[in-house]
Design a protein around this ligand. Structure first.
Ligand SMILES: [Zn+2]
Length: 80
């Protein structure tokens, strides 16, 4: 997976910040934002990831917006 580039404004470390736990009964879901640790600049949208445990013991990814969030963040970096 691509990595988050440093913050376009201050060069700080960009992070996935979990905002809430949206877990329905048989899966785990989180909504998160991408933001800068140092200056608190963040993407305006919230993104989601949902996971479940399947019968063979693996984690099944039902919905994963991490890449979309990374692309959005990195595009913003490139525009500056
Ligand atoms: Zn910053």
């Amino acid at each position: 997976m691509e990595k988050l580039k440093p913050c376009p404004f201050c060069g700080g470390n960009a992070i996935f910040h979990t905002k809430s736990n949206n877990s329905p009964h048989y899966s785990a879901g989180f909504s998160f934002e991408v933001e800068c640790e140092d200056c608190d600049m963040k993407l305006p949208e919230r993104y989601e990831i949902n996971l479940s445990l399947i019968e063979d013991g693996k984690i099944n990814v039902l919905n994963d917006k991490r890449l979309e969030a990374i692309k959005k963040w990195n595009h913003r970096c490139g525009a500056n």
